[in-house]
Design a protein. Structure first.
Length: 179
């Protein structure tokens, strides 16, 4: 009888039927989490590209004077920049009302009249004339800067990133056309 029990136990230990199911049960949730992570980081990267494009369009629109004879001031530049950012965000199916202003300005002002239009939410921060720091002697060119932040919420269950909101920052600088 002991010999029969020993043979059955040896057969049971050597039998590998069902091992694939146990391995799949251990690996599939991890693979699913990796695929979800790739998807949500791809979404964040796509959003970053869209808001960076909006900042570039805003800076480009704000750098071009609209009227050379009517004495357009800094508010016209800022309005043009803000309108271009809003139009680009809407074209990308993003809500311009979700824009927020970063706490720190990104550029230093050029000598002369300085203007900053930085509302708390709903519009980009437009600064002019600002200087892009370069290593060239005599500093860099003066231009217009547009920057803002846009929220993005990750959805990765069972991780610390689940429903975590991060702020993606977009900024652009363009040399003013009247120089």
């Amino acid at each position: 009888m002991l010999d029969l029990t020993e043979k059955v136990l040896r057969l049971f230990v050597r039998d590998t039927r069902g091992a694939e199911i146990a391995e799949a049960a251990a690996v599939l949730p991890l693979m699913f989490m990796v695929l979800l992570g790739i998807f949500w980081f791809g979404q964040a990267f796509s959003l970053y590209g869209a808001i960076t494009r909006a900042a570039q369009e805003g800076a480009r629109a704000g750098a071009v004077p609209t009227c050379t004879t009517c004495g357009a001031g800094a508010t016209t530049y800022a309005t043009n920049a803000s309108n271009a950012v809003n139009a680009t965000l809407i074209a990308s199916h993003l809500d311009p009302a979700l824009m927020q202003t970063p706490s720190q300005p990104l550029f230093t002002f050029c000598p002369g009249i300085n203007s900053t239009l930085c509302p708390a939410t709903g519009s980009p921060c437009v600064q002019l004339p600002v200087q892009k720091l370069t290593s060239s002697p005599g500093g860099g060119d003066c231009g217009i800067s547009v920057y803002f932040q846009y929220p993005f919420k990750f959805w990765l269950p069972f991780t610390s990133l689940n429903k975590q909101q991060i702020m993606l920052t977009a900024s652009a600088w363009v040399r003013m056309e009247n120089q």
